[in-house]
Design a protein around this ligand. Sequence first.
Ligand SMILES: Cc1cc2nc3c(=O)[nH]c(=O)nc-3n(C[C@H](O)[C@H](O)[C@H](O)COP(=O)(O)OP(=O)(O)OC[C@H]3O[C@@H](n4cnc5c(N)ncnc54)[C@H](O)[C@@H]3O)c2cc1C
Length: 548
Amino acid sequence: MARHQPPEARNFDVVIIGSGAAGLTAALNLAERFKVAVLAKGDIAAGSTAWAQGGIAAVLEPGDTFESHIEDTMIAGAGLNHRATVEFVVENAARAIDRLADLGVPFNKGENLSERWHLTREGGHSHRRIVHVDDATGWAVQQALTKAATAHPNITLVPGMVAIDLITSAHVQGERFAARAAHGVYALDAASRQVQRFVARAVVMATGGASRVYQYSTNPDGSTGDGIAMAWRAGCRVSNMEFNQFHPTCLFHPTVKNFLITEACRGEGGHLKLPPAEGATADGSRFMDRYDARLELAPRDVVARAIDAEMKRLGLDHVLLDISHLGADFVKQHFPMIYARLLELGIDCTVQPIPVVPAAHYSCGGVMVDLAGRTDLAGLWAAGEVTQSGLHGANRLASNSILECLVFGQAVADDIAANWEATSRPPAIRPWDESRVTDSDEEIVVVHNWDELRRFMWDYVGIVRTDKRLERAAHRVKLLRKEVAEYYGNFRVTPDLIELRNLVTVADLIVRSARARKESRGLHYTTDYPKLAAEAKDTLLDPVTARS
Ligand SMILES: Cc1cc2nc3c(=O)[nH]c(=O)nc-3n(C[C@H](O)[C@H](O)[C@H](O)COP(=O)(O)OP(=O)(O)OC[C@H]3O[C@@H](n4cnc5c(N)ncnc54)[C@H](O)[C@@H]3O)c2cc1C
């Protein structure tokens, strides 16, 4: 088809952007009544969900209580969590896990009759409450959800479709003053390079997080914060963007950049050590006792900062995580995927320690939603890592995030179904306008800006922050925003350009939020304000007042 003939709009009842745990949970719960399209920018299973190793937290053991899971979540979140959200998620956890088991997720069974599932313990949890499928839980969850969605006649899965922007009232044909609402999404078909219109009465944003805004990240390439940037441009508030979780233990390896060594390795008794023979003080000894009485079981932010401090103090490029003392049988049984992958890379973790570094892992902030996943924009709901629901506060407790996807994916579906009569039939939508752009002749601009952005975010907006570094970052973001906007205005969109545009927006939102927080709380640590403020307050950015 010639480029000047825009493809017909594709109409559904609901369009969901994202095919991870949040998007597919919403889809499966909507599909009994509605025709649903689920877009993914690459393969259906290419989001973070499939990469989750540790598991999913829920109160399932006699002796454990909702109150305890709630308290652990609030302690990790440094008091910034919204208690109502935490209660809602914790109380719905067991039901969400039952639904996954019904879909065929083969959670590891308990060791005796009184234990239905085998439960592990992770940092920050005061009980064993993590259900898992060996050390590849996310893969099993993604497979089960994808299989059920593929089999459902009312669900159309659309891989390779890169959402560019939400269709809102601004894109309605012949209408200049329609009420503000979401009516669908413009998306680039990565194969044909045509921009399509997916039009619906309800839109669900489930695009995952933004950790690829940093140079080192445990996330798949697609975690570029697209949904946060799209919602922001469409007029939604975003919140708490300064809280980026850095996973303490990503494999340090010259070629494999984002292989995570699960928290459960420390939960089961792994030790963090300094590498021997790196200098007089780096002697193979453990160091967590200098930072926290909980040692390796301290929450992630504490452990990541401790490793960062030791690396900076001694000029190291990594530290070690040793699980060899747990015994070869135990390691192979509990961490079969990690054991096999490391062995392929020449590291036998049953006899030698694993070199590790911290890396950007999880975005606690995102699009503001209420308990039904509603955003500020009529017709737009959101679920999963793209949101700030109030669950995580200033730091996410391990294994609470897939849980959030499952509980909010369901809540969004329930709310859309309950309020279907209030949604409106979509108006006629203008096709994507390519009349004033040409093909780029300088792809190098995208590659260069991409590298520059991720590097300064790592150096200036990383684990430890200062006012000066944040100011430098703000200056660079401003220059890049201008350059990328110019480029975007002149050239046809490509998947890389769409991601870069979103990454610049997300970097801007993170830097603005970090500069607004004049205290150290949870994952936001600044040497200029090392103390906790008396009052715990969300950082709220409003696109209506923040445009500059
Ligand atoms: C290595 C690793 C280990 C983890 N371990 C755990 C764990 O043990 N327990 C736990 O609870 N959590 C864990 N997490 C976090 C958890 O996996 C994620 O928070 C969660 O899976 C996010 O799910 P989601 O549905 O929100 O997004 P994702 O699963 O990331 O899915 C995002 C979807 O959005 C699509 N998308 C994005 N942008 C666009 C666009 N522009 N157009 C179209 N589609 C788009 C993607 O293609 C994808 O389908 C881990 C994360 C990582 C990276």
